[in-house]
Design a protein around this ligand. Structure first.
Ligand SMILES: *Cc1c(COP(=O)(O)O)cnc(C)c1O
Length: 396
């Protein structure tokens, strides 16, 4: 037995990912033959487009099985820089400002490590993606939570941000479209927040991993595109996982001002080294055949949108549940406070009694809410809604 007191501060301070835990429990029940409706998934239920897989398979058979430059293969970094210039409107980005990492999650961690020293404060709007506060703690920083509930559309305001900044604040984390809420900041809202960031002289980490998963004709904006000053203060994180259904490939991207990008490449070179070499060739095909990639994304979005609207109308018709119409990603984040039970107990009982898996809001810094992914089949949505309605009827 390893004794608890022999583990490090880092190990004992870090809570394991609760989203992965619910998913694991649901999969376990499924494996045992239970008919589980799993809304816990954090990944698209589509296969990676064939042309991307073929490019990777080709690279593998061509022998691209050795180390690559730590920050990524040069053609891929150049293609990503081009995407930021052409598609996101970030002027003058060069390949040297791009780092390809083993997953968007690791990109986030590298971004935090590159600007946070022990004792620094990091502003994390809640509901937040489960990993941000833990990553901040791993870097020795102090997460400071800014709550923005359903009444504010799950978005923080410039005043709220300004009031939270102290002399120790170094970084603000934004995630639009958001996991878990699906909320998308408008251009005006983002510009107003970026103004506060620049005024205060802090950094912004903009996690844009869901940038292409949008509905209701809303647009995505990259803070780095707003001005040269904004670009100098922003670390933009994204990746291939969500857009191209490539979660298992472990490929994330990061774009930052030259000194930050260089520091990040340095940290990566001493930790993970390069992301899997042949996988990067698959990602390169995704970038180079952009029209084909966007067509595949559009196909997935059409399906997601239909499911989003069905799940939303189903949730809205259940007494005690109030749900926002999320405009991005593939999650809904309904409020269940009127049911008079905390979200963790709600989720545990729901899984136990009705075999429906949802992720309780506590892990996202939002007790009173739950996250449902609609990256699941129509059948699961219909069956899940029926069971959820029956379960809630017993509570109110
Ligand atoms: C999924 C996700 C990521 C990164 O995922 P990877 O699989 O590591 O690429 C980053 N941020 C958010 C908010 C996510 O939901």
């Amino acid at each position: 037995m390893i004794e608890h007191n022999k583990l490090s501060t880092w190990a004992t301070n870090i809570a394991p990912s609760p989203t992965l835990a619910v998913d694991a429990k649901a999969k376990e029940l499924k494996a045992a033959g239970e008919d589980v409706c799993g809304f816990g998934a954090g990944e698209p239920d589509f296969d990676t487009p064939a042309f991307i897989k073929e490019a990777c398979a080709q690279a593998l058979s061509d022998g691209r099985t050795k180390y690559a430059p730590a920050a990524g293969i040069p053609d891929l970094r150049a293609a990503i820089a081009e995407k930021y210039r052409d598609d996101n409107g970030v002027a003058g980005v060069e390949a040297s400002q791009v780092v390809v990492s083993p997953g968007g999650k690791f990109s986030c961690y590298l971004a935090i490590l590159s600007v946070i020293s022990p004792g620094d404060e990091v502003l994390v709007p809640a509901p937040y993606w489960v990993s941000y506060p833990e990553m901040v703690k791993l870097a020795g920083g102090q997460p400071r939570i800014l709550f923005a509930g359903q009444e504010s559309g799950f978005k923080i305001t410039p005043d709220q941000l300004r009031a939270a900044i102290t002399p120790k604040t170094r970084l603000l984390i934004l995630n639009s479209p958001s996991n878990p809420t699906g909320a998308v900041y408008t251009e005006a809202e983002l510009r107003a927040l970026v103004d506060v960031v620049l005024e205060a002289g802090i950094y912004l980490m903009s996690d844009e991993i869901y940038e292409y998963l949008l509905y209701d004709n809303v647009d995505h904006f990259s803070p780095a595109s707003f001005s040269p000053e904004a670009a100098a203060s922003t670390i933009t994180v994204s990746g291939f996982s969500k857009t191209f259904s490539m979660t298992g490939w472990r490929l994330g991207t990061l774009m930052a001002a030259p000194p930050i990008a260089k520091a990040i490449a340095g940290i990566q070179s001493q930790t993970s080294s390069n992301a899997t070499t042949f996988a990067q060739y698959g990602a390169l095909a995704a970038m180079q055949k952009w029209a084909q990639s966007m067509a595949a994304v559009q196909e997935m979005l059409t399906v997601f949108d239909r499911r989003r609207l069905r799940l939303l109308s189903g949730l809205e018709s259940i007494r005690g549940i109030r749900c926002e119409r999320a405009e991005g990603a593939f999650y809904l984040f309904p409020n269940i406070e009127e049911l008079g039970i905390d979200a963790a107990a709600f989720a545990a009982q729901l899984l136990e009694e009705e075999k429906v898996a949802v992720v309780p809001g506590e892990g996202f810094g939002a007790p009173g809410y739950m996250r449902l992914s609609y990256a699941v089949s129509d059948e699961v949505i219909e069956k899940g809604l029926e069971r959820l309605e029956r379960f809630c009827a017993k509570l109110v």
